[in-house]
Design a protein around this ligand. Structure first.
Ligand code: 2P0
Length: 324
């Protein structure tokens, strides 16, 4: 009754922002991401008759109450699915350094869903696993697959048609993703709270919803054609549009720091000098830069010259969930 799984994190190219059902993690819009090769979570889950409560160990320490509660609530969902009351010890190793400016909930809940389902012999296929991972953290449903992945929002109230699917594998198209750390430290507003507040209060949110599915279609077409320029343009515009919706929330949400602006302008200037590079930004201050592998070294070196850039980590498309 134990299993170990590994999942990589992912970066959204077309963003998930807003839920229509908070219990089932059903999104307001479809989204698209690249699963990355260098940042991952490895999780072991062991169910046992000898436990009278769940235990969550993260990087060799007992996890905080809020982190533990998210994991225990997710275990409750899995127990219901498997028809068991057994408790579990969850042991996670997170190789998503805060110094890289990525969140770990995508890799964390993808690895947990895979390990827990295997430990309970649930025999889920990838689609069912994606539906399960989604109910721990929305973006986790995309990390089940490698490469270029779409999460379709679905229409049903029970969430059975809201899952991810692979568009291209990690071997089908190599691009470079450079993660620029401009600020570390805890952000003021979590993604979960930020998307909720935006959907409830921002007058710009309807504009987001009216255009994001079109952005997704354009991004998918660019990926199909391996058209980096078209993909970069739509990705950058979609990220800026998501941040614009947050600026209109009450109270407003501003994740950018001065370093965020410095990197954005730098990338736009690089383009003027003929280098094809584009940026995207999640719910935080750090910037991820997309470029072609042949420009990777030049873009990397130019980013390191910026005063506000503390660290740059280079990633490429990576694999989906695996079992150890
Ligand atoms: C994304 N983000 O598509 C978007 C873009 C952040 C900005 O998914 O509440 O941790 O657990 O479903 O998945 C981050 O939010 O939120 C996120 P929950 P999650 O990657």
């Amino acid at each position: 009754m134990k299993a170990t799984a590994k999942a990589n994190t992912n970066i959204a190219l077309i963003k998930y922002w807003g839920k229509r059902d908070e219990e089932l993690f059903l999104p307001m819009n479809s989204s698209l991401s690249i699963t990355l090769d260098s940042f991952y979570t490895i999780t072991n889950v062991e169910f046992s008759r000898n436990l009278n409560k769940d235990i969550f160990m993260l990087n060799n320490h007992q996890a905080s109450e809020s982190e533990s509660n998210k994991v225990f609530r997710f275990l409750d969902k899995i127990r219901k699915l498997a028809g068991t009351h057994l408790h579990a010890v969850v042991t996670s190793e997170n190789k998503v350094p805060t110094a890289a400016g990525f969140a770990s909930s995508a890799s964390g809940f993808a690895a947990l869903a895979a390990a827990a389902a295997k430990a309970l012999n649930l025999e889920l296929d990838e689609r069912e696993l994606s539906i399960l991972a989604r109910q721990g953290s929305g973006s986790a449903c995309r990390s089940i697959y490698g490469g270029y992945v779409e999460w379709q929002r679905g229409e049903r109230a029970d969430g059975k048609d809201s899952y991810a699917k692979q568009l291209l594998s990690e071997r089908d198209w190599n691009i470079s993703i450079l993660s620029c750390l401009v600020a570390s430290g805890q952000k003021q507003v979590s993604s979960r709270e930020g998307m909720k507040r935006t959907a409830l209060t921002s007058p710009f949110y309807s504009g987001w919803l009216n255009t994001v599915e079109k952005d997704l279609e354009r991004a998918k077409e660019a990926i199909r054609l391996r058209d980096f320029e078209s993909l970069g343009k739509i990705v950058e515009a979609n990220a800026l549009k998501m941040h614009a919706t947050m600026l209109g929330a009450e109270p407003p949400i501003l994740y950018w720091q001065s370093g965020t602006m410095e990197v954005m302008h730098h990338i736009q200037n690089l383009r003027l000098s003929g280098i094809s590079a584009y940026f995207t930004i999640d719910a935080g201050p750090n910037v991820k830069v997309l470029c072609l592998p042949e420009d990777e070294q030049r873009v990397y070196e130019s980013l390191l010259t910026l005063p506000s850039v503390q660290n740059v980590i280079i990633c490429h498309p990576g694999a989906g969930v695996s079992y150890l």
